[in-house]
Design a protein around this ligand. Sequence first.
Ligand code: SF4
Ligand code: SF4
Ligand code: SF4
Length: 497
Amino acid sequence: MSSELKISKEGLKDIAVTLDSYRIRVLVDAKQEILDSGIYNEEQYDQMLFKMFDEELLKYKLLNYLSNPDSNNFKTIKKFSDSNSIEIRKTLSLLELLRNENLIEVNKIYDTVEGDEKTPESTSFKDLVIEKYNVDPSKVKSVYEPVKTIFETHNCSGCGLCVGICPVNCLEVYNGFGKIDEDKCIKCGLCYFVCPRSYLPVSVLNMTQDKSSEIKNYSQVGHYLEAYSARTKLNDIAKVCQDGGITSTCLHYLFDSKMIDLAIGAKMSNTPWRPEPIILQSKEDILLTAGTKYVNNPNLKVLREFNNNQSILAVVGVPCMMQALLKSAVYNIGIPSLNQIKYRIGIFCMESFSYESLLKICEILKVNVNDVKKTDINKGKFFVYTNSGEELTVPIKEIGNLAREDCEVCFDLTSESADISIGSIGSPSGWNTVLIRTETGKELYSKLIKNDLIESKALADVKPGLPLLERIATSKRNKCTKHIDKKKDENVRFPRY
Ligand code: SF4
Ligand code: SF4
Ligand code: SF4
């Protein structure tokens, strides 16, 4: 039974004070400012408040449970889940919240699995060790700070979700950098709560994708069900697409079969090669989004426009956006626009650039940005194809310093949190690599085949295939670990994965 049926709204604030839930008290206190902003109506506000209340109640129940020194391992956490009729993944997500609030420490213990000539040594999960700190929760304040701290410490991925859900519309992210109107901010911390760079329970995200109750090691490209190499059979898309056109073909099918009302993606703005978010209304809009864009674009900020309609949505975005959406689904706090997303279509991303950096790359290649027809990253090089047919390249190593500093702490190459992930690495030229991650993604892909919209082969049957994809994914992970370690050494903020 939800709290809505058990308690009155008037009693909620008192209970929040008793629980010392900073998050609930702020939302209750700022009700009028939130309604005046017009982002959420009163019914939606109530729904979010009660949903958050349920979550907080469960979180404090878990904290109490952990007071028993015998309740500090995986088995007892499983027992808590069973007695509260929740998935163990939910309990693990709450543990991550408590850890982020500095109320507990959680460590995973692994066994070493010996290797042989064919298989390298590996590890397997053994147990959790949970330590509850002897602190008064009311003295540990206020971890749900605005994402200003994420912007200022160069950890912001530029996904735009904080802007998309802020209840008083006081945030903006543009060209990969965020700004906050401090006078309007009610310090509710919702932005921090959904942000993929504040803390991200990666193992819970993997378990959610996998529908698993076990903590496992996943491959360098995350959990997936099937892997393919594919290209579109639709001529209009084939003519304009960067590689195999599978992302556009997914959208084409979803619009055509009325599985979605609208889609969120990126298109070029009037400024050449500066992308901007687009809300696609029909399959005719798909061609506007074709081609890879390497300049950061906060697609998810347009979600603020969806709270007051009932549209079914597909979102196309890079890995950090897929992480933000899956994290928000795990900690569902009833934000209406997020509940309307039915398809997460992730694209591969190695790094992104600010617009100014893209202009610098053009300067290095001695090309005017207005003459650029297509850009690509392939085989360790940045390619620019011009309107007059020239192919210009610069090694990525030479322009690595121009990539966004904030992308250095990103570990995910292949959109591990999407329903279906699409990129070019691993497939021959003119084809896409496709990783099917969830049943939703699997059903969508099977419909593309059934409706004769794509050519599809097993990724295992093409070269360079999965080995190359895994190698590049490992290299991105290693680089991320190096940058996070550097931040730790310098005692500056880093994302908690
Ligand atoms: S900026 Fe963040 S903390 Fe401030 S009101 Fe918006 S969501 Fe809340
Ligand atoms: S990572 Fe996304 S949610 Fe976090 S601060 Fe940046 S734009 Fe906002
Ligand atoms: S490298 Fe990571 S953080 Fe940067 S844009 Fe790509 S997915 Fe987002």
